[in-house]
Design a protein around this ligand. Structure first.
Ligand SMILES: [Zn+2]
Length: 173
């Protein structure tokens, strides 16, 4: 996802929006990155820089992830509309659908024009089209809502994500 130029560095956890693919794996449906071949486990994911794998990218010196002049790290948009454009697209085999959701980013965080890039990420809340998919994604232990206006969604303020079990265990707090 493209979130624009880097503005400043931060160590504060942030809550943003992103899209995921839901992909069929031998262990059941899992979230996956839209633009990269990465399946998200039921625990915090740590970003790596894959710039060296991209034959079209100019080389950069080694840098902490995310790099201010690179495009690495987990991306999140400030505005859900920016993330929504990634919730549609041509899907590979094994992709069940795409979903929109909120994501907590922490660790090394860079604020950008349209959102953030960060070293660590975990979903905070997922919006899915039906109950079957909601059940399949329940193992992420975050609120899964059938629509942004559903009562279960409204009843759980998204800032609770910053206090969630997985985020806490990842940060040992
Ligand atoms: Zn990088």
């Amino acid at each position: 996802m493209e979130t624009g130029r880097t503005l400043r560095e931060s160590s504060e956890p942030v809550l943003g929006w992103r899209a995921w693919v839901v992909t069929e794996t031998p262990d059941g449906p899992r979230l996956g990155s839209v633009l990269h071949d990465l399946v998200w486990p039921h625990s915090a994911v740590v970003a790596e820089c894959r710039r060296a794998d991209d034959p079209f990218a100019d080389a950069l010196d080694e840098h902490p992830v995310p790099g201010a002049h690179c495009n690495c790290g987990f991306h999140a948009a400030r505005d859900p509309v920016d993330a929504l454009s990634y919730a549609r697209g041509r899907d590979e085999r094994g992709t069940i659908c795409r979903v929109l959701g909120e994501v907590v980013l922490w660790g090394h965080v860079l604020e950008t024009e349209g959102g953030w890039r960060a070293s660590h990420a975990y979903p905070a809340r997922l919006y899915v089209p039906d109950t079957e998919l909601a059940d399949a994604l329940a193992a992420y232990s975050v609120p899964v809502c059938e629509s942004p206006s559903s009562r279960t969604c409204m009843g759980t303020p998204s800032h609770s994500a910053l206090r969630s079990r997985i985020w806490r265990s990842a940060n040992r707090i």
